[in-house]
Design a protein around this ligand. Sequence first.
Ligand code: ADP
Ligand code: MG
Length: 395
Amino acid sequence: MRDELFRKLIIEVRDLHNVFEPRTTGTQRPGRSYLTPRTTGTQRPVRSFILGIETSCDETAAAVVENGSRIRSSIVASQLDVHSKYGGVVPELASREHLRAIVPVVRQALEEAQADLDTLAAIAVTAGPGLVGSLLVGVTYAKALCFARGLPLIAVNHVEGHIHSVLLDNPELQFPALALVVSGGHTHLFEVREPGDYRLLGKTRDDAAGEAYDKVAKLLGFGYPGGPIIDKLASHGNPRAVKFTLAKMKGNELDFSFSGLKTAVLRWTEQHDMAEEIARRKQLRNPPDWLAVTPQATLDLLASFQYTVIEELLRRASAAAEQIGAESVIVAGGVACNAGLRKQAEQQTGLRFYFPSAGLATDNAAMIAAAAFPKFRRQEFAGFDLKAQAGLSLV
Ligand code: ADP
Ligand code: MG
């Protein structure tokens, strides 16, 4: 697999080298493609566009962002169809899909932004954390483009990207702020002193909140990803119907734990003889309406599960905000889409919450290009020895 990946990327690099050579065939479309050689005119391009590339998990994404705040294009190719039948992301399949998608996705991002490689200031790429085979595709491709066109390369941490998905369109946000990064792979609390300056306050000791949603959904026979399905169904149930206990953390009280809750849901299903109902749902795969195939008792269970997750998140976010004297809370990552969380956050805490706008909560490359802008200004560039780092931490 790894060999095949390298072979394909080497072919890409070789093709990129060709951009320096005069084209002799008459088969090419007229006009400027993004691989057209740089013109020799005296006009210098305005170099404030950053191309972001994100391939850390199961989304191949590319975006062009101007000056860290104006999204010129944002293309996301989701692999949901590929992975959903397995109930989760299959790493080998993810790498292969990234390889298939990376070139057209980058090309489309540049075309929609009406940008070409000459108008770019830099190329930013997610260096980690994530699946190493997936990261490798983006990192190698970004390096190849930078190498071929003499552009600076900027390495971005995926988690920092998520924080910037909110900073991107909320320039008025006050610092210090608290950031709650809550996704399929993360449930972390950071103090954000200013963009680029972070301190870890707490994190999950087992499952991430999004992972708990996905696992509970799988257990109950719902589709993948589970978060959006449970979120929708939870509004039809009674959140007080099942009393789940909140996790008590020894040591750092700002840490999270969701595995106990997941086990409690499992115990509940065992005690309530749900096998038949679950088997029926599993056969349906993806019905147009999950609500129609879900009895009230299960809706109550889902509402209670969601209620408990939101309690866990907001209780610790409040305590953390108080600890650092922050009045603004950034919520980022896929779980930031959660309607229940959005509804309860300010009501319950009295703090000012900032959520990503549509399309920026789940993985995307606009947040990577935005996070790269402060680094671009500080000239924090990566070398061609940049590696994909599965376990890269932000602080
Ligand atoms: P990661 O980068 O860690 O893979 P993403 O930022 O792409 O995660 O977010 C995906 C996660 O967000 C999944 O676990 C999914 O179930 C969860 N998610 C998406 N929408 C919602 C929602 N409305 N409520 C709860 N969780 C959600
Ligand atoms: Mg993510």
